[in-house]
Every structure is written in structure tokens, then in C-alpha cells.
Design a protein around this ligand. Structure first.
Ligand code: ADP
Ligand code: SF4
Length: 705
């Protein structure tokens, strides 16, 4: 790999940087992030990390990796470093990462009161016995933690050291102490949470003592050749005046700086750390990273959903940070560094900030990405973000529908070498994204179209036809061997029942769906937006209608606005925005009826009905596949032979309505399966298990170690 084509402005991004005893080959640092791949799927995990090393990231880290069974984050996915089988599982990743010349880091963690030990059933440990309150369903539990005694503190340091030794054996170059996001070492730093009166509570020096001991124990355990890193959250401490320095955050950084080789700067909570682009712009962490950098001579990693190389260089040059940290941009484009290095910045598949990735962790499953459908599928489906297998035949493919599914399908088939024609009824390609990216705050979603169209337009084997609505007859006349229907889905005006099932469709001229609004309908106020979809659409339409000057009320059977988006760190911002716009939020309610002047709203728990004045009702609920064209072609199967058609299949929302991420994924899967393997088949991964007679009882060994 040469740097010859790299724009001179960006060369600083490819300078090696020392992290204590090890040296990163460049400034691109994939910070620890959840992947959903645990030690039970080590090959999947190695695959998704290694592809980023291949794409030029200089440092690749694991997600949170528990040091002991008293840190059990189930049902959320997490890695473990508890026994020798865990060493083998992680070694797959470190070997794969090293093959591409990158450093491998492990984010050792103890979650304290932030994990609930639902599987191991060990008591949760905290500085003072206070629960880490959260009403997010996966964090709620009637279990309460206990206060750590002196023996627990010794154990914690010992577990960190034992895990660090195993991490060294697994081949890691950088070993973390994780003092962020409400996990145990962070809990010690927070005065509201740490009420200890011994040497671990009170002054800032006392409150960072456990972190210092964990850093020292890590270094002692692994010796000289391995870097020790500290991941730290300082938002809250930066608001607290210090006793000897300006703030407690200043004191914490200066007290800990001598003991770490690197600061990885994190915000205090998931929404502020990893906010959706709708509400949080690129480079939003600059103040925090820059603050840490100004207090230490150790290298600093900062994140900020960076996709612009100019922003990255600017932060390095202005001394905000040393490493361009990334989770999401590295998921959306594992080859981002190499593309900059090779002068191909315009080919970067930019993260759109939709947070479908982080939502997968909250749902307890393997990570998925709207922009990069291959992410997580490297090993189990053999997909790659940049490479595809060659075409398996000379069949020509007609794709009907140029939304995200059709475009992704065309892109993969085009790269594979198939002759592809893609036809869309609209004046522009892009399907649903054309409307959705025009909604308040969602302009970054347009990148889904821009990236794909940019690539497709220069492919000699791909023809794009807009303003081309096709019917079955025209498709038969087209005479291509393969037909893919990516015709999308349509929102219906179905009301939801007490059982939360889509029921009767409301037929009234003042009832609208998102499909009607996309076609240009303008509901007259007062408007009710009924959200039975729970994703982004209901909340953002209420926002749009309010911004247009109409009175609007948001109603949903769920317990909060845009309820599912709590998984995407978005819900808190939706509530704030609707509140700021004066939009009443009525939760745990459904709409039972509407007559053009009044809506009948019913409480989900008591069934008590209320009449609300309402001229227009916008129903955001059931979406149905657009299947007319498919049905028409199925009725003509007898004519396929003469027309030369071999297969007709559906993809994207026309196959199964979902988020854009689902549509893109199906588009890729359809293209991959054009000539086998069968649609959506995959290999199953499995954990390593040493027979107990050779390993002893690993769990108990780890606990008493
Ligand atoms: P997906 O999310 O699955 O990609 P979209 O709804 O975004 O689906 O896109 C579907 C696209 O299919 C729309 O742009 C629509 O114009 C197009 N389309 C639907 N039916 C036809 C048809 N009969 N001929 C051409 N284009 C069609
Ligand atoms: Fe970015 Fe969305 Fe992909 Fe996450 S899922 S990396 S936010 S594009």
C-alpha cells in the first residue's frame, strides 16, 4: 500500500503515533464498540474486526470485555476474559488484526452497578450500594447492588490483573481500564454515587484511587511491551469545581495521567456519547477531547462520527486529539482510511448517523449497519464491504425500483459483473429515502442514495432509467433473464386495536399516512399523529407538522414517543424536541375513531375514552408490501419462457417492510444469491469449550483466582 495518491492535506493522518511501548501505524483508531458478537461467536467477531484492519485502521479494539463473572451484562451481548477458552476466542481476532499490521486493543471492563448479573446471579458490586437507575427496559431490575468492602476492592484489582494477563496471552497490544459510562471505576469517581468514607471516597484523589490501582496492576501484570489505556468519562466532573484545580475533571486527568499510556475520551451516557445525526452533529465531542488533551502529555483518542478528512486533520492540527477515534464511521466504511490514503475520499461510504448499529446492541443481537450491509456478515456469509465474487452467469438482471434495496442490489450485481438495468417510476432514484431524508434533521440519510448512485453512474454495465413505471407486460417485453422487484411498501391507514394489532383501515378524506405526506398531502390542523410504528417516522412527522405552523398532538400506545428509538439513543432527543415545539405527547393511548372534527382517544390500560378536537389524523402504523406487480407476473408464469425470464423475486420492503437498513441488507442478499448460495443462508459460529477435565471448572477458577 502506498501513500502516493494521498492528498497532501491528509498525510498527517498516516503518521505513526507511539502509545507507550507500542506504535500505531497511523492515527485511525477503532475505539471499543459493541458488536453483538460475544465469545460464543469468536469467528464472526474476528471477521468483523479484521476487515477494518484490512481497510487501514491502525488500532482495532474489542467491545466491552468482562474481567470477572461478577460483571455479567446479560441479556446485552458482551465479551469475557474469564478463562483459557476466552483466550483462544480472542486470539482469533488478534491474529487476524495483526495479519494486516494493526494493533489490537481489549476493553477490559467491570460494570459494577451498571450490570445486573442476571445469568451468573452474583451480587452486583458498587462503591456504596446504590443502584444505577435507569428505566430503559434492559437495564431495569428489582435486584439491587451491594456496597464493596475492603476485600472486594482487592479482588477487583486482582481480577483486572488476571484478565490483563490473559489478554496478553491472547495477543493484545493495548489493554484498557474502563472508567466510563457508569461502569464500576466511573461510579467511584462520581460523588453522588460514591459515599465511601475510606480511602476510596471523598477527595478526588481518593475517588480515582481504585482506577490508579487497576492501571498499576495491569502494567505489573503484563510487563513492559504492552500499552495500558484508560477510557474515561468526564462530563459530570467537568461541571464540578475542584479543590486544587479548576474542576474535578482537571484533577482526575492530572492524577491519572502518569499511570496510563493513552486517554480514550468517552461521554457519560450513551445518548451524549453516540447521538443520532438527527440531533447531534459530526465532531460534537471536540470540547471534551480537547479538554483532556490540554491536561496531559499522553496521546488522546477522541470520537465524533468523523467522516470528513478535513475535520479529522483540523482536530489533529489544532491539538484537539492525536487519534481519530471511530466506532460508527468504521462500521459504515471499514476501508475509510485506505480510501483517504489512496485519494479516493469520494468513495467513502459515509455513516448516516441513524444508530441502527447501537440499537442492535440494545436489542441483544449482532451489529447491523444501514450503509454497510456486509458488517457482521464477513465470516458467516462471506460478504466483504469492497470485494464481491464474480458473476456466476451471463444472465441480465432487470431491477424494478430504485430505492435503497434496488440500488444496493444493482451495486452488488454491477460490481459482480452482471449487466443490470434499474428502472424507477420516480423522476429521481432513491425511493423512500427521497422523502425521509427531507424530514427535519434527516438530511444525512441522503448519503444512502448518494453513495450508491455515485458508484452506479460510472459502471458501464449498469443502466439507470428514471420516470419508468413498468407493468408486467413491459417486464416480459424487456426480456431479461432475471427480474428483481424492489417496489417498496405503502403505509396503510389501519387503526390499532386494544391487542395492538393493526385492524380496520379508516376511510376518511382527512386521514393521512406517511405515504400520503410523501406524495405531497398537507394535513390541516389541529392534527393528531398516531404512532403505532414506534420508530423515527411518527415523531419526525409530528415535528415537521409543528414546524409548518399547524397545531399537532402526538399519540402513541407505547410508553414514550418514538418508543423503539430508545434503542438508537434517540428517544430522549425526540421528547426534548417535541416539548420545545409545544407538541403535547400523549402516551399509552390509541385512537378508536375519527369523524373529521373529533378523534376518540382511548387509554391503553383502562380503556377510558376522551374526545380530542382534530381536523386531520395522520396514522403511522402498518406498512404493506407493494405486491401488485409481483402478483401480475406470477399470473403470467406461462409466458416467462417465451420472454426469456428465468426468475422473478422480491427484495427490500417489497419482500418484508422494515427500516432502510433492512432494505439495503435484502438488496445485497438478493444480489449475493443470484447464483447461489441460497438466499440468506449462513454458517453458524460456536464457542470454544475445553473439556472440564483439562480446563478444571473454568467459571469457579475465575471466581476464586
Ligand atoms: P426499498 O426500501 O425496498 O428500496 P422504496 O420504497 O424505497 O423500497 O423504493 C421502491 C421504489 O420502487 C420507489 O422508488 C418506486 O417509485 C419504485 N416502484 C414501485 N413500483 C414500480 C414500478 N411498477 N415500476 C417502476 N418503479 C416502481
Ligand atoms: Fe452509521 Fe447508521 Fe451504520 Fe451505525 S448503522 S454505522 S449510524 S450508518
Amino acid at each position: 500500500m502506498t501513500i502516493d495518491h494521498c492528498d497532501a492535506r491528509f498525510k498527517t493522518l498516516f503518521e505513526p503515533v507511539a502509545i507507550g511501548p507500542v506504535t500505531a501505524p497511523n492515527r485511525f483508531y477503532q475505539v471499543p464498540h459493541a458488536s453483538g458478537a460475544t465469545n460464543a461467536s469468536p469467528r464472526v467477531r474476528a471477521g468483523l474486526r479484521a476487515v477494518k484492519a484490512e481497510g487501514g485502521w491502525g488500532v482495532i479494539c474489542t467491545g466491552a470485555c468482562s474481567i470477572h463473572p461478577s460483571c455479567d451484562d446479560a441479556p446485552l451481548p458482551f465479551a469475557t476474559m474469564w478463562d483459557d477458552d476466552d483466550i483462544r476466542a480472542h486470539a482469533l481476532m488478534t491474529d487476524a488484526v495483526h495479519e494486516h499490521g494493526a494493533l489490537a486493543g481489549v476493553e477490559l471492563f467491570h460494570g459494577g452497578g451498571g450490570v445486573l448479573n442476571r445469568q451468573t446471579r452474583l451480587p452486583a458490586l458498587t462503591p456504596s450500594g446504590k443502584g444505577w437507575s435507569s428505566n430503559h427496559s434492559v437495564f431495569m431490575s428489582p435486584g439491587r447492588p451491594r456496597a464493596m468492602d475492603a476485600a472486594d476492592l482487592k479482588d477487583l484489582v486482582h481480577w483486572q490483573a488476571a484478565a490483563a494477563k490473559r489478554a496478553k496471552q491472547a495477543g493484545f497490544d493495548i489493554i484498557y481500564v474502563y472508567a466510563g459510562m457508569g461502569y464500576l471505576p466511573h461510579e467511584f469517581m462520581l460523588p453522588d454515587y460514591n459515599e465511601r468514607t475510606d480511602g476510596y471516597g471523598g477527595s478526588m484523589e481518593n475517588r480515582v484511587r481504585i482506577i490508579r490501582e487497576m492501571l498499576e496492576a495491569t502494567r505489573d501484570a503484563v510487563g513492559d511491551g504492552i500499552a495500558v489505556a484508560l477510557r474515561i468519562s468526564l462530563e459530570e466532573l467537568l461541571t464540578r469545581p475542584g479543590t486544587v484545580m479548576e474542576t474535578e475533571a482537571h484533577e482526575a486527568v492530572s492524577l491519572l495521567s502518569p499511570y496510563t499510556d493513552l486517554f480514550d475520551v468517552k461521554m457519560d451516557s450513551s445518548p451524549t456519547d453516540c447521538g443520532p445525526s438527527r440531533f447531534v452533529p459530526e465532531a460534537s465531542h471536540e470540547r471534551m477531547a480537547g479538554f483532556v488533551k490540554s491536561c496531559t502529555d499522553k496521546p488522546v483518542v477522541g470520537v465524533g462520527r468523523f467522516t470528513s478528512p478535513d475535520t479529522m486533520v483540523s482536530q489533529v492540527r489544532r491539538g484537539v486529539l492525536d487519534f481519530i477515534g471511530a466506532a460508527r464511521p468504521s462500521i459504515a466504511d471499514p476501508f475509510l482510511p485506505n480510501k483517504i490514503r489512496e485519494g479516493r475520499e469520494d468513495e467513502i461510504r459515509e455513516c448516516i448517523g441513524c444508530n441502527m448499529c447501537i440499537a442492535s446492541w440494545h436489542e441483544g443481537v449482532l451489529v447491523r449497519c444501514t450503509q454497510n450491509p456486509s458488517f457482521g456478515e464477513e465470516w458467516r456469509r462471506g460478504w466483504h464491504p469492497e470485494k464481491v465474487k464474480p458473476a456466476g452467469s451471463t444472465d441480465r438482471v432487470l431491477i424494478v425500483g430504485g430505492g435503497p434495496a434496488g440500488l444496493e442490489c444493482a451495486l452488488t450485481l454491477g460490481r459482480r459483473g452482471y449487466d443490470v438495468a434499474i428502472a424507477d417510476a420516480g423522476s429521481e432514484m432513491g425511493g423512500r429515502v427521497l422523502f425521509e431524508s427531507g424530514l427535519p434533521g434527516l438530511s444525512a440519510w441522503r448519503r444512502v442514495i448518494d453513495y450508491r448512485l455515485g458508484q452506479l453512474k460510472v459502471m458501464p454495465n449498469v443502466e439507470l432509467y428514471s420516470e419508468s413505471a413498468l407493468d408486467a407486460e413491459q417486464i416480459l417485453e424487456f426480456g431479461f433473464e432475471r427480474v428483481v422487484l424492489a417496489t417498496g411498501a405503502t403505509w396503510t391507514p389501519a387503526l390499532f386495536t386494544k391487542m395492538e394489532i393493526a385492524g380496520e383501515e379508516l376511510d376518511h378524506p382527512n386521514v393521512y399516512t406517511p405515504s400520503d405526506l410523501a406524495a405531497g398531502a398537507k394535513p390541516e390542523g389541529p392534527v393528531i399523529v398516531l404512532d403505532c410504528d414506534f420508530h423515527v417516522m411518527g415523531g419526525v412527522l409530528a415535528e415537521k407538522i409543528a414546524l409548518s405552523g399547524q397545531a399537532v398532538t402526538y399519540v402513541s400506545p407505547a410508553g414514550g414517543a418514538s418508543a423503539w428509538t430508545i434503542n438508537a439513543n434517540e428517544q430522549i432527543f425526540v421528547h426534548q424536541r417535541l416539548h420545545d415545539l409545544g407538541v403535547p405527547i400523549r402516551t399509552l393511548e390509541r385512537v378508536n375513531g375519527f369523524d373529521g372534527a373529533t378523534a376518540t382517544v382511548a387509554d391503553m390500560l383502562t380503556d377510558r375514552e376522551t374526545q380530542l378536537p382534530c381536523k386531520s389524523l395522520v396514522i403511522v402504523g402498518l406498512r404493506r408490501q407493494n405486491s401488485d406487480l409481483h402478483d401480475a407476473l406470477m399470473e403470467r408464469t406461462a409466458d416467462w419462457g417465451d420472454a426469456g425470464i428465468r426468475t422473478v423475486e422480491r427484495t427490500g420492503d417489497a419482500l418484508s417492510p422494515g427500516a432502510i437498513a433492512h432494505a439495503v441488507f435484502y438488496g445485497r442478499a438478493t444480489a449475493e444469491a443470484m447464483d447461489g448460495p441460497k438466499f440468506l443462508t449462513f454458517k453458524r459460529d460456536g464457542a470454544f469449550h475445553t473439556p472440564p477435565e483439562r480446563n478444571g471448572n473454568a467459571m469457579i477458577a475465575a471466581m476464586v483466582d
